[in-house]
Design a protein around this ligand. Structure first.
Ligand code: DCC
Length: 206
């Protein structure tokens, strides 16, 4: 019996929702001229974010770095608290790591965007203590819609493919959070000059 999980070589687009295929008039994503330089750590967009916040004790503490074009890389170490099955990462946690990596592309586009749709293939089991090497890139833009893809590889950037995702992010105004977030966290964020600075860094026209 083969030990290679099935599905690893399936062409990605064949099984994806039509909504994840950019329309014919979509344009190539444009890296903002003030985007962080390739290799630069992007930092957290919100200290309490479950994906990247350094003040979030339960979080993944993902640290993303700018890549070339509109791409990022990130590393995620799977901890015992991330288990689903014994000794294996929970799929929802892995999807979160992909989602956060894709969200980090906003730093390079300098737009604020949220996940509208995320489709994930779990190609290989991911054991506890694995280091996942994540890579995400924006592939097309159409109006407010940002089409993007990510992969997660085991042990090194060239390691076996464990995860891949395609996603649609939708550009929003900062008001999206002010209007929808719980008032106490919104008040605290708006009173924090460092948080306001981070929010501004996403926006071309704040
Ligand atoms: C302080 C700094 C913090 C910075 C914060 C950064 C946070 C990053 C965190 C990591 C990422 C996340 O987890 S973000 C959290 C998880 N995501 C969310 O909570 C989003 C919840 N959903 C929403 O709020 C909404 O549905 C939106 C914003 C996604 C879309 O609503 P809208 O603004 O009214 O726009 P709408 O007209 O519906 O959609 C615009 C276009 O996108 C398409 N579209 C929208 N959703 C979908 C969908 N699911 N599947 C297909 N297509 C979709 C529409 O068909 C339309 O296409 P067309 O007609 O134009 O062709």
């Amino acid at each position: 019996m083969s030990t290679v999980p099935s599905g690893g070589n399936r062409p990605r687009s064949a099984a994806r929702s039509p909504a994840l295929t950019p329309p014919a008039d979509a344009i190539a994503p444009v890296r903002h001229p003030d985007a962080p330089a390739p290799g630069e750590l992007l930092g957290s967009h919100y200290a309490h974010c479950f994906g990247c916040g350094d003040e979030q004790p339960h979080g993944l503490h993902l640290q993303a770095r700018a890549g070339e074009g509109v791409s990022i890389t990130a590393e995620f170490t799977v901890r015992p608290s991330h288990q689903g099955a014994p000794g294996l990462a929970h799929g929802g946690v892995l999807a979160t790591a992909l989602d956060e990596s894709l969200g980090a592309l906003s730093w390079l586009l300098r737009v604020v965007a949220v996940t509208g749709k995320l489709e994930t293939d779990f190609v290989r089991p991911v054991p506890v203590d694995s280091v996942l090497f994540l890579a995400a890139e924006a592939t097309a833009v159409s109006g407010r819609k940002i089409f993007c893809s990510a992969t997660g590889r085991l042990g090194s950037p060239e390691g076996p493919l464990a995860l891949r995702a395609d996603a649609l992010f939708v550009e929003v105004k900062v008001d999206h959070f002010i209007d929808n977030g719980r008032p106490e966290e919104i008040r605290a964020a708006m009173a924090d000059p460092d948080q306001v600075r981070r929010a501004r860094a996403f926006e071309v026209n704040p």
